[in-house]
Design a protein around this ligand. Sequence first.
Ligand code: ADP
Ligand code: MG
Length: 260
Amino acid sequence: MSRKIAPPDPRGMDYLEIRGLTVDFDGFKAVDGVDVTLLQGQLHFLIGPNGAGKTTLVDAVTGLVSGSGHATYRGHQLLGMKSHQIVRAGVGRTFQTATVFEELTVLQNLDIAGGVHRSAWGMLRARRGVPDYVASALETIGLTDLADRPAGVLAHGQKQWLEIGMLLVQDSKVMLLDEPVAGMSAEERAETGELLRRIGTERTIVVIEHDMEFVRQYADIVTVMHAGKVLTEGSVADIQADPRVQEVYLGRTAEGAEHA
Ligand code: ADP
Ligand code: MG
């Protein structure tokens, strides 16, 4: 790909740079030489048909599967680091299905997530009250009034917001969100879009999503994946005008023709 590589720290902005990322499952390349630069302050959407390799890309960057190539953030080569080290380096993710502790309260879920950066002594002190950064995360995700409710009683959308809150208290500077609005009502989607805009100005946020209406409304930049590769990248208008994108979504792919 001929995409320009961002120079180090342009205008003081942060970025995560992925180059030649490949994930090979016994000879099947689920991710195949992906180059993408994720910039702070832009809502970057990652779209593509089922099986395109979106989740596997996030898994590789967050240490859940091994990949080759480079995924560089603030001088750290993330590939090869352990998941918890990647979290400490400031890179967090959510999963397609929510992973909150249902029996614990909203506040306890946030407190546990915040423990990533705290010493045992710090955690003891924090129990005496709600630490500022947790209170602030509760405010941001709109769950202050539900802080003492078990996470299990939250609505579907609220659980996803709690997950985003957990990334906030972890102080994730890069957030990789795997289909955060799947299954949400129109109202929840809109609230999530606004939430992502609010927190995205000072973070690098990547959203995997299928719903083109949501993408149209909130994406600053869109990367389209297909069969493990980047098919194209650009503004929503750019990718919508690209006949190759329409082809992969209709299943009439150039690759399909080759195999026929
Ligand atoms: P997406 O998130 O874009 O829908 P995935 O990243 O989940 O796609 O999957 C990409 C491809 O890799 C799919 O063909 C999937 O079946 C395959 N795949 C995912 N995980 C594994 C695995 N652990 N072992 C073998 N194949 C896998
Ligand atoms: Mg997926």
